[in-house]
Structures are given as C-alpha cells and as structure tokens.
Design a protein around this ligand. Structure first.
Ligand SMILES: [Zn+2]
Length: 319
C-alpha cells in the first residue's frame, strides 16, 4: 500500500509566499485576458475527457467556467486546444516564466519538493522491488524526482520534458524532449505522470500513446487534482478563486474517482492503489498561528484518511 509510507507535515505558508503566487498569476492572467476570446486557441465542443457531453452543473471562477461532468470530473470551458497549449508550454511561454520565477529558484520550495519526492520514491520502492527496473518520468521538469530515485538505488532512469531542447545525460539519468528522442529500445517497467494529465486537453488519448511504451504488467503512477476533494467542493459552492489549486488556464481537469474507473477500463489497466494528499484547509484559511496550524494539520490528516484531500495519487497496472 502506497499510503503506508509516512506522510510529511507541510506548512504551506512557510514555504510559499502569497506575494510570489500573485506575481506569477499576474503573468498568466495577462496572457489569458489577451487570448481568451481568440477562436483559434479554444475548442468549440464541450466534452469531458471520459467522452460524455452531459454535465450536471457548472460555475465560473475568473475567466473560465468549470463544468462538472456526470462522471464527477470538472473541466474548463472553453477548453484550450493544442495551439494554445503549445504556446503556454513553449520555452518562452508563460509557463516557462512561472517555472523559472517560482518553481526552480526558491530554496524553501526546493526543500518541500525534496520531501515530497522522497515519499514518492519510497512509494515506488514498495511496488518496484528490483532497482534495475526502467522508470520513465514524463513531464519530469528539472528531474528532481529522478534524482531522488537515483539516491534510492534505482539504476535505469529516464525523463521527458519539453524544456530539454536536445537529449542529454546527467548523473546517469537520461533526459529528452520526447520519447522518440530518448531512443530507449526496451519498454518501461514504470511510468510516472506527476501533475501532468490535468494540463492536457485530451488526457485519455495522451495516456494511450504513452502507455504503448509500458510493459505488460508495468506500473503507472499518477498525481492529479481531485474533483472529489473538500477544496473543490468548497470552491464549487462559494466560487472562490484559489490559484494554488485552480491554476487558471493550466489546470484543465480536476479528476474524480469515477473517472479513474473509466480511464482504467479504456486503457486496459487495473487500479492497484489510491490515496489523497493535500492542503485543503491551509489553502482555504490562509496563514495561521502555530497552535491553529497544528490543529489544521490534524484535521487535514483526517481528510486524507477519507480520501478527500485536494490531490489524488494513484497506481495502475497494465493488463
Ligand atoms: Zn466525464
């Protein structure tokens, strides 16, 4: 069970300043406001990743509508198309600026990511016993997760991210901007998609293409924002813009547990394990004193236990 690996206690506001978050959101807001009505960047159809066009309700936060499908997944309307995503995630696009300003250059943030990676690698170790197994981190960013896997003894590590203009090898880990350019002749034993699927406009077809590179019996680890979470439920009722979770224009999907059943059926997978992680209460309440923070973390623990925290982490196995 991946949930048996002990969780970290994280105080959001020690590590993430509200000012930073605001600065970064301003970059995106400017970009979105300039482009939101341009037809060439958005698809006309309103359709969930599960394929259904039927939806139960919707609400508006900022520039986007958030539509709840009958599978309980939320998705943005209008849905950005490939042209839009290409610009957002290009080397000089707004996401790159976001990453440089916010994700990569902050020491405290690095400490937090370090803690999270350590737990993720420990979770992978509970399932992949053989350290020679081939692991692919798709959307690997600066490769910090793979570096942690290396420290944990894993030997065959590969990362793909659009940020790499050409294939290269660092500390025994192979990086490239595409699977094709990685030139791996063997299929992978494990593919991880940490915070990837919610950024895509067609997560099922994307996964179908990636999982071709996974062995039969191989494992998939994903992490995505949860539509079933306490945080999403509060946001849908009170329409509060919480950038940390909503990431307007970047998070296109908030997935439900029900979606995972559809996902696993379509892609011929078994769901092996599932847990939630999150900072629902800290996100909603904001900075608090030590005593209250302690209490909030305690309640957050309970929210985790009943799988209502803001992110799902799930493990699948290819049939
Ligand atoms: Zn759906």
């Amino acid at each position: 069970m991946i949930s048996n690996v002990k969780k970290n206690k994280i105080n959001l506001f020690e590590l993430k300043s509200k000012k930073d978050l605001k600065n970064v959101e301003n970059i995106f807001d400017k970009f979105l406001k300039k482009n939101i009505f341009k037809k060439k960047y958005f698809s006309k159809a309103r359709k969930c990743a599960c394929g259904s066009k039927k939806y139960i309700n919707n609400f508006k936060i900022g520039l986007f509508k958030y539509v709840k499908c009958k599978c309980n997944t939320y998705f943005v309307d209008p849905m950005p198309n490939d042209n839009f995503l290409k610009i957002i995630y290009s080397e000089k696009g707004p996401y790159s600026i976001y990453r440089k300003k916010f994700l990569e250059n902050k020491n405290k943030k690095k400490i937090r990511i370090g803690k999270i990676n350590k737990r993720k690698a420990a979770q992978i170790s509970t399932i992949l016993k053989d350290k020679k197994k081939y692991i692919l981190d798709f959307g690997c960013g600066d490769g910090s997760f793979l570096k942690t896997c290396k420290k944990n003894g894993f030997k065959n590590l590969f990362g793909v991210d659009t940020k790499y203009s050409k294939p290269y090898k660092k500390n025994g880990v192979f990086f490239s901007n595409s699977l094709k350019n990685l030139k791996v002749t063997k299929k992978f034993d494990c593919i991880v998609l940490w915070g990837v699927l919610e950024h895509l406009n067609d997560p099922i077809n994307f996964s179908k293409n990636i999982f071709k590179y996974l062995k039969k019996g191989g494992y998939i680890f994903i992490e995505v924002p949860s539509a079933d979470s306490l945080l999403m439920t509060v946001l849908s009722l009170f329409k509060i813009r919480v950038d940390r979770f909503i990431e307007p224009g970047r998070h296109l999907y908030f997935f439900s547990k029900q979606f995972f059943y559809i996902f696993s059926k379509r892609l011929k997978l078994n769901i092996i394990d599932l847990e939630t992680n999150g900072l629902d209460l800290q996100t909603l309440i904001g900075p608090t004193n030590d005593k209250l923070t302690k209490r909030l973390l305690m309640i957050q623990n309970t929210i985790d236990k009943i799988n209502f925290s803001d992110h799902y982490r799930a493990v699948f196995q290819k049939k």
